[in-house]
Design a protein around this ligand. Structure first.
Ligand code: HEC
Length: 189
């Protein structure tokens, strides 16, 4: 009588190869299917962003931010008035005299400097001098805005400089009107 277990425990070489292949193939197949699934999901989502509805939904989601930056880049720049620039940028040093800055409304601090004349003062304010950073550290300020702030400060300390009238060279059309309004506001001190 043949032992019935003998057949069960003895695998032929073919059986060994087949079970090895099957053991390798099953996980590979599983990985392949998972990758396909993920790619499929990604594709679905990417395709969606081009549809009009999806774009509208995106626009709606970013709307609060879009409103903040939705300024017309071609609109003429409205130059800030001297007082506005001073309050926003220059006052941090020039109201207290930080770093030795000549103080607003202080004739003693400014008397020696005013003698240099308007052009030199504006040049120093734009280019910076010693502890005074160029444009007060705000590179976004235009030359006209810096000059107006200089006029505002210097006049507070006894000078009688005139506001620079003409605004930015970039926008010729509507600029004079736009510039005139803030300039007028500065005179009434
Ligand atoms: C970080 C501090 C700081 C800020 C901000 C600042 N200044 Fe000054 N400013 C100084 C100091 C310090 C001096 C004195 C520099 C010196 O003569 O050594 C000075 C001097 C000046 C002078 C006199 C220059 C001269 O030749 O005597 C002018 C004009 C001036 N600042 C304009 C401005 C204007 C306009 C702004 C704003 C746009 C501004 N500053 C912002 C620190 C500052």
């Amino acid at each position: 009588m043949a032992d019935p277990h003998a057949k069960m425990t003895q695998a032929t070489p073919q059986e060994v190869i087949i079970s090895l292949l099957a053991g390798l193939f099953a996980p590979l197949l599983a990985i392949f299917l998972i990758v396909q699934l993920v790619l499929g999901i990604q594709e679905e989502q990417q395709a969606d962003t081009t549809s009009e509805a999806a774009q509208k939904a995106t626009l709606a989601r970013i709307k609060p931010f879009a409103q903040l930056v939705a300024l017309d880049a071609n609109a003429p720049r409205v130059e800030k008035a001297g007082q506005e620039v001073y309050d926003a940028v220059c006052s941090s040093c020039h109201s207290s005299g930080a770093l030795g800055a000549p103080r607003f409304n202080n004739k003693g601090d400014w008397s020696g400097r005013l003698g240099q004349g308007y052009d030199t003062l504006v040049k120093h304010a734009i280019e910076g001098i010693r502890q005074m950073p160029p444009r007060g550290g705000d590179g976004d300020l235009s030359d006209v805005e810096v000059a107006r702030a200089v006029v505002y400060m210097a006049n507070s300390a006894g000078a009688s400089f005139k506001e620079p009238a003409v605004a930015a060279p970039a926008a010729p059309a509507a600029t004079p009107d736009a510039a005139a309004a803030p300039a007028a506001g500065v005179e009434n001190k």
